[in-house]
Design a protein around this ligand. Structure first.
Ligand code: ZN
Length: 177
């Protein structure tokens, strides 16, 4: 049975560490962690989560775009656990959009990210996968990948003026849809 995990919040040193690679993907603790992260993500209306956000400094993240109350315009996809992911290449084009973070509740930031990326990762069965991601899904990956490197979205902002509260964000997207 999957367990809901507690989210580490900004200020917790685990969010500032460089996460270690996972060596035994099929090992039971890794598989359980994946199930727990999937359950925790579903429960918290997130579209992505990284292992350091639950206090585990390992290179594992989940990309799980879907429309939900926090991101009503997100595209739908199967939640995808990615182990030891790598950013292989990226577009020159950079796009800005609003991001939030389960570890930084209450605020949103306008964050520049590559519009398209090519990535590699191991799936939960240990198979190497190669994918191209674009737009919102590429954004989720870059946000979660940053967590493995000890960065949060605040580090990527061009200005602190690009921070707004959740309440103002919800007004903003209500106006633009
Ligand atoms: Zn985050």
């Amino acid at each position: 049975m999957a367990e809901l995990l507690q989210i580490s919040q900004l200020g917790n040193p685990v969010l500032r560490q460089t996460a270690e690679p996972i060596t035994e993907i099929q090992a039971q603790p890794v598989q359980s962690l994946i199930d727990d992260l999937l359950a925790t993500l579903r429960h918290s209306n997130g579209v992505g989560i990284a292992a350091p956000q639950v206090g585990v400094s390992r290179r594992l993240l989940i990309v799980a775009s879907r429309p939900n109350p926090r991101y009503p315009h997100a595209p739908e996809m199967e939640p995808t656990p990615m182990i030891n992911p790598r950013l292989v290449s990226h577009s020159d084009e950079i796009v800005k959009d609003w991001e939030g973070c389960l570890s930084i509740p209450g605020i949103r930031g306008l964050v520049p990210r590559y519009q398209a990326i090519t990535i590699e990762y191991y799936d939960r069965y240990g198979n190497l996968q190669h994918q191209e991601l674009t737009d919102f899904v590429a954004r989720i990956f870059q946000h979660e990948f940053d967590h493995l490197e000890g960065y949060v979205f605040l580090d990527r902002l061009e200005s602190t003026r690009n921070i707004i509260t959740d309440q103002e964000y919800l007004k903003l997207i209500a106006e633009t849809c």
